[in-house]
Design a protein around this ligand. Structure first.
Ligand code: CTP
Length: 402
């Protein structure tokens, strides 16, 4: 694909993989993009600004102040100029700065100012990449809606072998091309996503809930957003930090609140994705004061909650598409197919609790997607962001009914 007219900021940070930035710059320029390089000063130890300036046909930027002439490199203008902010390679240090809003160089200031989508390609040694601090920073950036080009496995500069190599420049180019090709395939569509768990209060301090993290729902919200949709999120309590300003975002607690919020929006939506793990039952009564312990056992009377997907499914209009999830511990395919027809879904996504790398709290998932038309596909274990795009691709394939 042609990247003609696309404006890309390419951030280069201190990592041995910085030598690959030269190849990446050349590929982006050859594809027609305008490339503005911003280097961190530690990147100078790995590749010269002269090399990157020559290949990108523009001076490389690195400092706020260009030189003694007093010319100021305006990070806000740079952030507004770009259609895409790509950092390849991103070091552990710059990852940490982005994740925590540390703004001590031109690259991190431009990151905080950028309104365009952000793509990062981490590169580091095996144990550094796997360290929980680095993984948690990657997850934080993903929850901000940044696109992660996960490191590839292979031989590393240290001599160790494993995950940590920056994605090859040719692969990065194709992700950039896919990104621009996909960007607008849901433009003009309104998408509702229910996500996270619900909490059903027992008393002022206790509730019934489940292990849903909201990660899959948020990955879907980000995927739709990056493909041009207007995204309405109704979220149960989660401990992620999404950029809520990018969405029409409504926080709720109970299934009843989630139903009311989703129901208010439903008639305006084109696509509804029911990714929430809604509690099926709630305590019949919520005690006004904390329930005190006694010597006797305690039974709690539970009443059935409204089934949000089924209720809204019965009101679904011809132009609307409904997508559901099923998390099963046994007879997954059979239960998923029953839910598909019972709740009037067009597509249902089955997660199995028994697959390794799939389920609650994890960053990866493995799914089996069933269409009402009878089509079905099964994925590999992949990061939830990739699973989200796969699901969105499947939603695009739902035949239009007239
Ligand atoms: N769902 C919903 N409202 C509920 C229960 C479920 O909107 N009260 C939606 C979920 O968001 C999901 C689908 O229905 O898209 C299936 O949810 P799941 O919990 O797997 O199924 P249930 O119908 O609750 O059946 P069971 O718990 O018995 O498997």
């Amino acid at each position: 694909m042609n990247l003609k007219g696309k404006k890309i900021i390419l951030g280069v940070t201190g990592s041995i993989a910085a030598y690959k930035s030269a190849v990446l710059t050349r590929l982006l320029i050859k594809a027609g993009a305008e490339v503005q390089i911003i280097m961190s000063t530690s990147a100078f130890d790995f590749i010269t600004p002269l090399t990157l300036a020559t290949l990108s046909k523009r001076p490389v930027l690195s400092q706020f102040q260009k030189d003694e002439t007093g010319i100021w490199n305006n990070h806000v203008e740079l952030g507004l100029w770009a259609d895409l902010f790509l950092v390849a390679p991103i070091s552990a240090n710059t990852l940490a700065k982005f994740a925590h809003g540390i703004c001590d160089n031109l690259l991190s200031a431009t990151y905080l100012s950028a309104r365009c989508p952000v793509m990062i390609a981490p590169a580091m040694d095996l144990d550094m990449y796997q360290h929980p601090a680095v993984q948690s920073n990657i997850n934080t950036l993903e929850s901000f809606g940044n696109i992660i080009l996960h490191a590839e496995s292979g031989e590393l500069a240290s001599g160790l072998s494993g995950q940590g190599r920056m994605m090859e420049p040719e692969h990065i180019l194709s992700r950039v091309e896919d990104f621009f090709a996909l960007k607008s395939d849901f433009t003009g569509k309104k998408v509702l996503i229910t996500m996270g768990p619900t909490q059903e209060a027992l008393d002022p301090v206790r509730y019934i809930s489940n292990h849903s993290s909201g990660k899959m729902g948020l990955a879907l919200a980000n995927a739709f957003l990056s493909r041009g949709a207007e995204v309405f999120v109704v979220s149960g309590p989660i401990s992620l930090s999404p950029n809520k300003d990018s969405f029409h975002w409504k926080d709720v607690k109970s299934a009843k609140e989630m139903y009311e919020a989703a129901s208010d929006l439903h008639s305006q939506m084109d696509i509804c994705v029911f990714a929430a793990a809604v509690a099926d039952y709630a305590p019949a009564e919520v005690a006004l004061e904390k329930i005190k312990k006694s010597d006797a056992n305690l039974s709690i009377d539970l009443v059935k909650n409204v089934d949000i997907a089924a209720t809204l499914g019965s009101k679904k209009k011809q132009h609307q598409k409904h997508i559901g999830f099923a998390l099963e511990t046994e007879h997954g395919v059979q239960h998923a197919q029953q839910k598909l027809s019972k709740k009037n879904f067009d597509v249902i996504v089955l997660n199995s609790m028994k697959e390794s790398g799939a389920g609650f709290q994890l960053d990866t998932n493995k799914v089996h997607i069933f269409h009402a038309s009878g089509l079905s596909i099964e994925s590999e274990v992949m990061p939830k962001s990739q699973i989200a795009n796969l699901i969105v691709d499947q939603i695009k394939n739902i035949p239009v009914t007239v």
